[in-house]
Design a protein around this ligand. Sequence first.
Ligand code: SGN
Ligand code: CA
Length: 559
Amino acid sequence: MKNFIYILGIATLLFIGCDSKKEETPSEKPNIVFIMSDDHAYQAISAYDNSLIETPNIDRIAKMGMLFTNASVTNSICAPSRAVILTGKHSHINGKVDNHFPFDTTNVTFPQILQKAGYQTAMFGKLHFGNNPKGFDQFKILPGQGDYYNPDFITKNEGEINVKGYVTDIITDMTLNWLKTERKQEDPFLLMYLHKAPHRAWLMAERHMKEFTNRTFPEPSTLFDNYEGRPAAAEAEMSILKHLSWTSDNKIYPETIDAMNAPELVIDEGRFENSVGRMDTKQLANFKAQYDKINADFKNNYPALNDEDKMRWRYQRYIQDYLGTIKSVDENVGRVLDYLEENNLMENTIIVYTSDQGFYLGEHGWFDKRFVYDESFKTPLLVSWPDKIKPGTTSDEMVQNLDFAQTFLDVAGVEQPSDMQGESLVPILTGKMENWDREAVYYHYYEYPAEHMVNRHYAIITKEYKLIHYYFDLDYWELIDRKKDPKELTNVYDDPAYADIQDKLHKELEAVRKKYGDSDELNNKYIDTFMGDVGDNGIFGVNKKKLNQIIEKRKSDKK
Ligand code: SGN
Ligand code: CA
């Protein structure tokens, strides 16, 4: 009997020992693979919509897991979105409200927390912070926006390096190399795999040029939006017809324009040189093999084009190049997914595919982002996590990039700092909806007066409505009925039929601003900081004269 108790005791101890060891073994913790592309519109992912392009590899993530149809960002622009993702805090709290000032590295980010908790951490690709990421064992990042061809990288261990080739392939090679040769098998990892594509100026890989420059794509129904009732939209400078660059965006060579008698075609030599000009002889020969014909046709046909024709032509040129860059993103995502699958890494790994914001693919006549209108406010989000997420599910919950930090900490079983402002998405992923009750989200865009001239605005968004306040030199409200007007063409603010809902939304907006700690005082603080940094030439391509007009108008409106 004594022996039995003794053996039982040892067995129990062993069991407890094993069990507690099991809980503490870091390798039991899920790996996190965070894949993000820059400016990838959900309209260009076939899991959402296959009218423009097939993306079979990105779609694999949704097939294995969950597709979010109502995921959004809190501030639709690059570096601010990335700051929200890393800190789990709104822009007005983490301080990175626009692309201009560097990220404040005294912020605590989720990779720093995961690293302390025993995760191996690595980042490859575009960050766009103006400084290096903290909390990473390894990083190779593009300086600023980065280049498509033969790009430079800032690296943790080798200083600045130049790599020959195409950026999407290179970022993937670096990622795979880290997985294969640097990753310690025994520890869980956080891998941030961040594409530059499909950011402007949309230079695709040589192998896709022939296919994509020869295809004709469907036009969006709002390509010829007239912006009635939406003055901020009317003032924005992101029209495919008027604001794309003929040279760097549409790839009409400076010499083609030189040989035409068309002074209205502005030659943007600098930007063309910075993109196409980086190609080596072979790359350039492949580029010219496809784009020479486009140039020759353009030169012949341009004189006969009216504005409507020009819009149509420019849209095709834009969307061909944009989608061409997506093709290589999809292929390369496939390479990473294959590696994970072949090395038994899929099972215990959560994979997220998203973008730093959405993008206009001709909707409202636009390229770029920044507005709270759907195509830039919403962002793609596909998540796989075998055994936790039921394969092939869809969620229409209003989740945001604000939620990623807490989601990853939750997945890793690490405490979430109480000052983070999102919510873990684990209840949605695992189908425990009783733990999720969000009905509205908050949005705030700041970067103005700047490139593309999208006015500052904040908004509350529910599944049914958007109430938007443009508050800088323009000062007015918009109310969008999302169900009746999904293309967002009609401002129903002050329409008596919406009086009650308008009233209710105003109260909810006030409450949500209070909840997240945003205020008019903060708006003014960020305006003052921004305007205080205007140099002699202006800021973000907006010259001093135009800025002064805006400032004067603001002063006189205030009187
Ligand atoms: C560049 C682009 C803009 C773009 C911003 C911000 N112009 O300045 O069109 O809106 O980046 O993009 S470019 O001709 O120089 O490419 S973001 O994704 O980094 O926020
Ligand atoms: Ca971006």
